[in-house]
Design a protein around this ligand. Structure first.
Ligand SMILES: NC(=O)c1ccc[n+]([C@@H]2O[C@H](COP(=O)([O-])OP(=O)(O)OC[C@H]3O[C@@H](n4cnc5c(N)ncnc54)[C@H](O)[C@@H]3O)[C@@H](O)[C@H]2O)c1
Length: 426
């Protein structure tokens, strides 16, 4: 890479930081975030996302000064794309990033969007903002591409460097140029697609497919419970067929799988389509917290412990295992369902940031030592620390009927039963 060609990364969260770190191994990177607390945290060598596993590279320039973006010629946007309270796409962060970047662009610069969007957002919404501020024109003085981020927080196997990067751009030459940049840091290589819209759509398809498949397994798990069949035993059996895909039942939240199907359905509805399969799958997944709460209460009631007399621990609060990210976590709905039925809940998670969780959800988080004796513990998120706990360690927190609700089914059922723990799994 030409030494004069520095890169900017806009938005330094779960996605932007790994991207900035990867490129800073080969060139200077202007790492820009509007949140000065985030910049200061990183400058101090700390990182609440857990992505910073190395000392800060000297070529990484951390800044919240947008003027620093002028020194780069290749810009990568990694800002959030959440949904609003009506489950509609909220593009305000992305639009704001484009308003900031536009005036800093030079003729010949390249802009790549990595944030997850529905097809059309980059060309129809972001490019006009960039063009109006810069006076540049896509296709002549401005190069534009889209390259979805596919990493998954806390997944230590599938990283930015070893996951194939999709690249689509406004023309073939631009796609080649962007692909060449990514090839220098993404060892798994680049898959070029014919257009920006194909790249945008591929990301939506990947995540929507996952949501729909988990919803199917959740619905089947509910049936298996009604039939008194263990869903994990069924999945183990079905896995022996070559074309079966082994999804696990569970809570599906977070800001990707729990959000992107709404991006898909929003654009589908604008085109007069009725994405009822996708919306129904999302609604099935949204309902699982309530289902687990009701099952917990039913089992306690069978043991003569009415909901209003029950003390239930909820272990794990983030949206997925071994990850501190609490955005759109479905554990909150589970806790609220239990509380709405009169159960007293005590929640604990050694991984999440306690003040952040308490401020966001107005739910007190306890240390394990602060818990009273519990009639049941719901292991809502299978953090390693919970999966590796022995039956004796759980029994130290439990009293009759010593009930463990293992939502993800990661505990050894026979070992726990032998130790006198009553274990239920989704
Ligand atoms: N987290 C994931 O696992 C993951 C995986 C694939 C794709 N994505 C997608 O990547 C995008 C980013 O997600 P994330 O998880 O990194 O979000 P994040 O919230 O962790 O980080 C976003 C960062 O952008 C900053 N920011 C917000 N507005 C800004 C602006 N206008 N200018 C500069 N900085 C700004 C925030 O302060 C924050 O630090 C989203 O579209 C998401 O859907 C996320």
């Amino acid at each position: 890479m030409d030494a004069s060609e520095s890169i900017s990364v806009i938005g330094l969260g779960y996605v932007g930081l790994p991207v900035a770190l990867a490129f800073s191994s080969i060139t200077e990177v202007v790492a820009y975030d509007t949140n000065s607390a985030r910049i200061n945290e990183l400058k101090a060598g700390k990182d609440h996302t857990g992505c910073l596993t190395q000392t800060l590279p000297s070529q990484l320039l951390l800044t919240n000064d947008p003027k620093a973006l002028r020194t780069a010629t290749f810009h990568i946007i990694c800002v959030p794309t959440p949904i609003d309270k009506d489950n509609q796409p909220d593009l305000s962060f992305l639009e704001s990033a484009a308003h900031t970047l536009g005036p800093m662009l030079h003729s010949g610069d390249t802009v790549v969007v990595e944030s997850t969007v529905y097809p059309g957002v980059t060309e129809d919404i972001i490019v006009p903002i960039l063009e109006s501020h810069s006076g540049l024109k896509m296709g002549s003085s401005l190069r534009v591409g889209y390259s979805p981020e596919r990493l998954s927080p806390s997944d230590t196997l599938h990283l930015f460097e070893n996951t194939v990067k999709l690249v689509g751009a406004n023309d073939y030459q631009t796609a080649e140029l962007i692909a060449e940049k990514y090839r220098q840091v993404v060892l798994a290589g680049v898959h070029m697609v014919p257009s920006i819209k194909v790249a945008e759509a591929a990301k939506l398809l990947e995540n929507t497919q996952r949501d729909v498949n988990i919803a199917l397994v959740n619905e089947m798990a509910m049936l298996f419970h009604a039939l008194e069949i263990d869903s994990h035993e069924v999945i183990e059996a079905a896995k022996t067929k070559w074309n079966f895909h082994p999804y696990e039942p569970g809570l599906v939240g977070g800001h990707c799988i729990g959000v992107d199907p709404y991006y898909m359905s929003a654009i589908a509805q604008r085109h007069g389509l009725n994405p009822d399969l996708v919306l129904s799958a999302r609604s099935r997944n949204e309902s699982m917290g309530e289902y687990v709460a009701q099952k917990t209460i039913d089992i306690l009631s069978d043991e003569n412990i009415p909901a209003k007399a029950a003390n239930v621990g909820v272990f794990g609060l983030s949206f997925k295992e071994n990850c501190p990210d609490i955005r759109n976590t479905k554990v909150v709905g589970l806790i609220q369902s239990l509380e709405a039925k009169g159960v007293k809940t005590y929640v604990a998670d050694p991984i999440v940031n306690k003040p952040e969780f308490e401020a966001t959800y107005n739910i007190k988080v306890l240390d394990l030592e602060q818990l009273p004796r519990l009639h049941a513990i719901v292991i809502a998120v299978a953090h390693d620390t919970f999966v590796h706990c022995s039956p004796t360690e759980y029994l130290a927190h439990l009293q009759h009927p010593n009930l463990l609700i293992d939502v993800k089914g990661h505990l050894d059922r026979d070992r726990f039963s032998d130790a006198g723990v009553r274990l239920w799994r989704l």
